[in-house]
Design a protein around this ligand. Structure first.
Ligand SMILES: Cc1cc2nc3c(=O)[nH]c(=O)nc-3n(C[C@H](O)[C@H](O)[C@H](O)COP(=O)(O)OP(=O)(O)OC[C@H]3O[C@@H](n4cnc5c(N)ncnc54)[C@H](O)[C@@H]3O)c2cc1C
Length: 401
């Protein structure tokens, strides 16, 4: 009977994890009758989450079945509800609601993250750009507003959250709103942040460029102000200010998949599993974790991976490599990714591209935008579904890292 590798999740870590695992087996001459790899996710597609702030979000997914087929990885459509480390099984709920159990010899958990939605009254009224379903809902809402008479509320969007996602969604909005509401519409975009700076986690170097882009695009900010309620007319802040807005977009940070808590009690403040150097879970040695669900060291200087697709792809390659290597008795690799870059889209202003953890700015405006478009339309898409290219893309030591 064949041994089984299960991969849970078809995000960046899961897809590159499947490529990494298949590459190891191929290199070792192990066939699928000896070891089979199965990937489980709710849909057979890679949702390109970094593009959810853009127009036409319904197009932001890449099909996976031809690619998985090319590398001999099976696919199961469903959602894992429970992981039993003691029995080495996962419990899967199929789209028709049926439950079944799948056994594994090695498991790679890559179930990612979700937008965190704290207990703010009325938050269910807010839109988001977390997943395709959310971004499409926002887009359809804006289309419905376009058919209504122009009012201040109709033309105003409040973006709650001034981190990476809040900045990208806000700076893209003036163009998207003008396309929907008309070139002469009096658009208002207000970014509300609980901290005193825009992009608090981005550090000092990007800030002047972001401020310049906001000014150029006419984006307003309300900083140092927490949103305490969302209502039909807009949002209310802790200081009592009410901002009238027909559209509220919540961009308040991410939280790791709850499956993490089934593997370990050693979780960080984002709910991520603290993993060993080879991405293994110390308390569950047959389980490896990669992507947004893992807290992993990227270098010897004590820097941890961020919830980002650049880290998820490379962690996926290492996780896939290690889950397969461990099963066939080959040595595992220490996950390392010392190179770090950031590219922030700033709408019609352009984009900024920086390198290093202190984010030294390398490209701005149109040059930065060209880099962002390259990343968003090429680099983060899965390889073509031919076996040689696909297996090569699974190599953790040739990556973008
Ligand atoms: C609007 C936005 C902009 C972003 N911009 C950038 C950017 O510019 N640069 C950057 O590096 N990062 C960016 N990110 C972050 C990046 O998208 C994430 O860090 C990345 O998607 C993480 O990859 P992942 O594979 O760990 O998880 P995900 O991409 O979240 O994938 C998780 C997968 O697991 C599946 N899954 C979840 N639960 C289960 C379950 N119970 N059973 C089975 N399958 C399950 C999901 O369906 C999905 O297939 C952005 C994110 C957003 C939302």
């Amino acid at each position: 009977m064949s041994q089984k590798i299960l991969i849970v999740g078809a995000g960046f870590a899961g897809v590159w994890g499947a490529l990494g695992a298949a590459r190891v087996l191929d290199g070792a001459g192990v066939t699928s009758s000896d070891v089979d790899i199965t990937l489980i996710s709710p849909r057979p597609e890679l949702q390109i989450r970094p593009r959810m702030y853009e127009a036409e979000p319904q197009n932001m997914a890449a099909p996976l079945l031809p690619l998985l087929d090319a590398i001999g990885v099976k696919y199961v459509e469903g959602s894992v509800e429970r992981i039993s480390v003691a029995d080495k099984t996962v419990n899967v709920v199929s789209p028709d609601g049926q439950q079944h159990s799948l056994a594994y010899d090695r498991l790679l958990l890559t179930s990612g993250s979700k937008l965190s939605r704290p207990a703010v009254p009325g938050l269910e009224r807010a839109f988001s750009v977390d997943r395709i379903e959310d971004a499409v809902e926002l887009d359809e809402h804006l289309d419905r507003l376009a058919a209504q008479p122009a009012t201040t509320a109709r033309n105003t969007v409040a973006v709650v959250g001034c981190g990476f996602t809040g900045i990208e969604v806000a700076t893209e909005l003036p163009k998207r709103l003008r396309e929907k509401f008309g070139a002469d519409a009096r658009i208002r975009v207000v970014v509300i942040g609980s901290q005193d700076e825009i992009g608090p986690d981005l550090g000092v170097n990007p800030r002047p460029y972001i401020a310049d882009a906001f000014e150029t695009l006419g984006i307003e900010t309300v900083l140092g102000s927490r949103v305490v309620a969302v209502d039909a007319q807009g949002v209310r802040t802790a200081s009592g200010q009410h901002i009238e807005a027909g559209t509220v977009i919540w961009a308040g940070g991410m939280r790791a998949s709850p499956l993490a808590a089934q593997l370990s009690s050693n979780l960080d403040s984002l709910g991520r599993v603290e993993v060993a150097a080879d991405l293994r879970v110390p308390e569950a040695p047959h389980v490896f974790v990669a992507g947004d669900v893992a807290r992993a060291l990227t270098d010897d200087a004590g820097r941890y991976a961020l919830m980002s697709c650049q880290h998820a792809v490379v962690m996926g390659q290492f996780g896939g490599h290690n889950v397969a290597a461990d099963l066939i008795g080959a040595p595992t690799l220490t996950y390392r990714q010392p190179f770090y870059a950031t590219c922030v889209d700033l709408g019609e202003w352009g984009a900024i591209y920086s390198e290093g953890w202190d984010r030294q700015i390398r490209l701005t405006h149109a040059e930065g935008k060209a880099r962002k478009q390259m990343i968003n339309t090429q680099w983060i898409y899965p390889p073509a579904p031919n076996r040689a290219d696909a297996l090569a893309a699974g190599n953790p030591l040739s990556s973008f890292g």
